[in-house]
Design a protein around this ligand. Structure first.
Ligand SMILES: [Zn+2]
Length: 152
């Protein structure tokens, strides 16, 4: 990495910091010749994850959209914003680890439900009730029952 002041190529890294989202590394460097300091940023080359919707349309995966849904599900529960962001980090990492460029929206919904189930039962039921579009109250009750028995 060339020094912006004297163009020397050799320098030492004096500090490295990972961004909160884990996608950018900021490095403070010191030129070994002129000893001036400069900053470099290292970005992960992000490949968008495409969601295949029920009707076959493609849409770029939106962390913000999922976040809005999760925030609705955890409303008034004792769950911190940090926990929600960690949840989303996990989800995104899982999606990237599939190595798939396109993921059906139903697959993402199921992943969210499994993770919410681990996080909080009420949030899970709230999300599930919207996501699965329960046809009638019996579906909802049987979902609740299986949830309760799986916790027993
Ligand atoms: Zn220099």
């Amino acid at each position: 990495m060339k020094c912006p002041f004297c163009t020397e190529l050799d320098n030492k890294v004096i500090d490295s910091r990972l961004s909160k989202e884990g996608t950018v590394i900021r490095r403070r460097r010191e030129c070994i010749i002129c000893r001036r300091r400069f900053t470099t940023y290292e970005h992960i080359e992000e490949i968008p994850i495409m969601i295949v919707k029920k009707d076959g349309r493609r849409e770029e995966f939106s962390r913000e959209k999922v976040r809005a849904g999760i925030l609705r599900a955890v409303e008034k529960l004792d769950i911190s914003i940090n926990a929600v962001d960690a949840f989303l980090d996990d989800l995104e990492r899982d999606l990237r680890e599939t190595g798939e460029k396109e993921i059906p929206s139903s697959n993402i919904g199921e992943r969210v439900m499994i993770k919410l189930h681990e996080l909080n039962d009420i949030a899970y039921v709230r999300f599930a009730s919207v996501y699965r579009e329960f046809k009638d109250v019996n579906d909802f009750v049987s979902e609740l029952r299986s949830l309760l028995s799986s916790n027993a």
